[in-house]
Ligand binder design. Structure first.
Ligand code: PPS
Length: 284
């Protein structure tokens, strides 16, 4: 089943997901970022689409009609995905783009641009669990097998977009740049309103309190689950009988899936690979 992937510069990608060597090379070497671009960057299953909904609502003053008007992948195109790249190239400014790429494959043009990066990260144990379920119904990924098997693949980076640890470490090297903003999934859950206010500042948007309320309300898990343009019910290449994109939307679901031994193993790998990366621990 691993034949569902191809390898590019040591990282696994899925052709069904719209990736190809041509596109990855083009995006890395030729795609031009502009100073007023806003790029949401994540390791898969970290809360990408939640951030896209929040940004879309914020950009439209809290009015939900726009996020209900077109599928999320048309609204804020993924740059490294076949059907999205043209849209990304022709979007009127300011462009809102999306990427799961590790930093080393991200457009080189970023180095000299003021494009803003919003990097969303999530407790990797919950990323693992979310990915495990997603792999069962997304036809582009091989069947995850047992949790034990999938855990090993995840920890060694034998999954699409490579290792979580390498992805986060790579992007964290930018953490002191003034155009790099990092937000965790857990922070969004603890204080969505406060983070919407922070995002307004980043985007230079001036929303009144009613508009902010509307962003918060319409970016809720339930509202997104009910929005056919955000819940991936129209997505091709999904086996919609085997699972839902809007699955649980909680923090700490790993506690329902990992054994004590698996959790300890995860902690050991985490400590070894993430030493010195965060000044305060982000997860318990
Ligand atoms: S993808 O395929 O990489 O683009 O997936 P991504 O959007 O990054 O992550 C999907 C997980 O995010 C959850 N989600 C939310 N949680 C809370 N609130 C809201 N509004 C929300 N929207 C999406 C989604 O349910 C997936 O997590 P799990 O744990 O599987 O439920």
């Amino acid at each position: 089943s691993e034949k569902k992937y191809f390898t590019h510069k040591g990282i696994l990608f899925s052709p069904v997901g719209g990736n190809s060597v041509e596109i990855l090379n083009y995006v890395e070497k030729e795609f031009q970022l502009f100073d007023d671009d806003v790029v949401t960057v994540t390791y898969p299953k970290s809360g990408t689409n939640w951030m896209l909904e929040i940004l879309g609502l914020t950009q439209h003053g809290g009015d939900p009609s726009w996020v209900r008007s077109a599928p999320v992948w048309d609204r804020f195109p993924w740059i490294e995905v076949h059907d999205c790249l043209d849209k990304a190239k022709t979007s009127p400014p300011p462009r809102f783009l999306t990427s799961h790429l590790p930093f080393q494959l991200f457009p080189k043009s970023f180095i000299h641009s003021k494009a803003k990066i919003i990097y969303v990260l999530r407790n990797p144990k919950d990323v693992l669990v979310s990915s495990y379920h997603f792999s069962k119904f997304f036809k582009g990924f091989p069947d995850p097998g047992s949790m034990e098997e999938f855990l090993e693949k995840f920890l060694s980076g034998n999954v699409a977009y490579g290792s979580w640890f390498d992805h986060v470490r790579g992007w964290m090297e930018l953490k002191d740049r003034s155009n790099f903003f990092m937000i965790t999934y857990e922070e969004l859950q603890q204080n969505l309103r406060g983070n919407v206010e922070k995002l307004c500042q980043i985007l230079g948007k001036n929303l009144n309190s009613q508009q902010i309320n509307s962003v918060v309300e319409n970016a809720s898990f339930q509202k997104m689950k009910d929005n056919n343009m955000s819940n991936f019910s129209q997505a091709p290449d999904f086996d919609h009988n085997k699972g839902k994109f809007m699955r649980k939307g909680i923090s700490g679901d790993w506690k329902n899936h990992l054994t004590v031994a698996q959790n300890e193993h995860f902690d050991r790998v985490y400590q070894e690979k993430m030493q010195g990366i965060f000044s305060t621990p982000l997860w318990d």
